[in-house]
Design a protein around this ligand. Structure first.
Ligand code: Y12
Ligand code: CO
Length: 171
C-alpha cells in the first residue's frame, strides 16, 4: 500500500520519534508499505515520520554501480544508535519531503551503527560513503531535523526563496 509522504513545512517533520517496542506483524506490514512508497517515489531512503508515523524506523536501498536498486539490498533500521564516527565528507543531498531542492551537506564519512532489525534482533553495521550519509540523513528525520536545517543562513534564505517561487508557480 502506498503511503502519503508529508513535505516541508509540515510541522510533523519536527517530531522527535519514539523508540519501537513491538516487532510484530503490524510493524512488518508498515515497513513493507514504506518500501513500496519509497520505490514508487524514486527514493533511496525514507524515515517513518515522512509518512506521518512518529517511530524510530527507517529504510534504505542504496543503488549499485549501475544505479539499480535491488530489493536484496534493502536495509530496515529500527532504534538506531551511532556509536562511532570518523572523517568528514560533503554530498549533494535531496529528500522526498523537500522535493526539488538539493544542497551540499557535510557529514561523517564513516560510522558504526547499532540498530535492531524488523525482528528486534540487535545488529551492527559499518557504513562508509553514500550509505553513511544516507543513515545520518535518515536519523536526523527521527530527531525532527531536515537536511535544510544544516544550511548556512544565506543558503537557507536561498531555499526559502526557491520554495516561495515554486509555491507561487503552482497556484
Ligand atoms: C544521500 C543523500 C540523501 C539521502 C536521503 C534519501 N533521499 C532520497 O531518497 C531523495 C529522493 C528524491 C527523489 C526525487 O524524485 C526523483 O528524482 C524523481 C526528488 O525529486 C523531486 O522530488 C522533484 C528528490 C529527492 C540519501 C543519500
Ligand atoms: Co529526507
Amino acid at each position: 500500500m502506498l503511503l502519503p509522504i508529508i513535505t516541508y513545512p509540515n510541522k510533523l517533520l519536527k517530531t522527535l520519534s519514539a523508540d519501537v517496542a513491538m516487532f510484530d506483524a503490524q510493524l512488518h506490514a508498515f515497513l513493507d508499505n514504506m518500501y513500496e512508497t519509497m520505490m514508487n517515489n524514486n527514493g533511496i531512503g525514507l524515515a517513518a515520520i515522512q509518512v506521518s508515523m512518529p517511530i524510530r524506523a527507517l529504510i534504505l536501498c542504496i543503488p549499485d554501480e549501475e544505479g539499480n536498486q535491488d530489493q536484496a539490498n534493502i536495509l530496515e533500521i529500527i532504534n538506531p544508535r551511532i556509536v562511532n564516527t570518523s572523517g568528514k565528507s560533503t554530498y549533494q543531498e535531496g529528500c522526498l519531503s523537500v522535493p526539488g531542492f538539493y544542497e551540499d551537506i557535510e557529514r561523517y564519512e564513516s560510522l558504526t551503527l547499532h540498530y535492531q532489525n524488523r525482528h528486534g534482533v540487535e545488529c551492527t553495521l559499518e557504513a562508509n560513503e553514500l550509505l553513511s550519509i544516507a543513515i545520518q540523513h535518515e536519523i536526523d528525520h527521527l530527531n525532527g531535523k531536515l537536511f535544510i536545517d544544516h544550511l548556512s543562513y544565506s543558503k537557507r534564505k536561498k531555499f526559502e526563496k526557491e520554495l516561495k517561487k515554486a509555491f507561487k508557480e503552482k497556484k
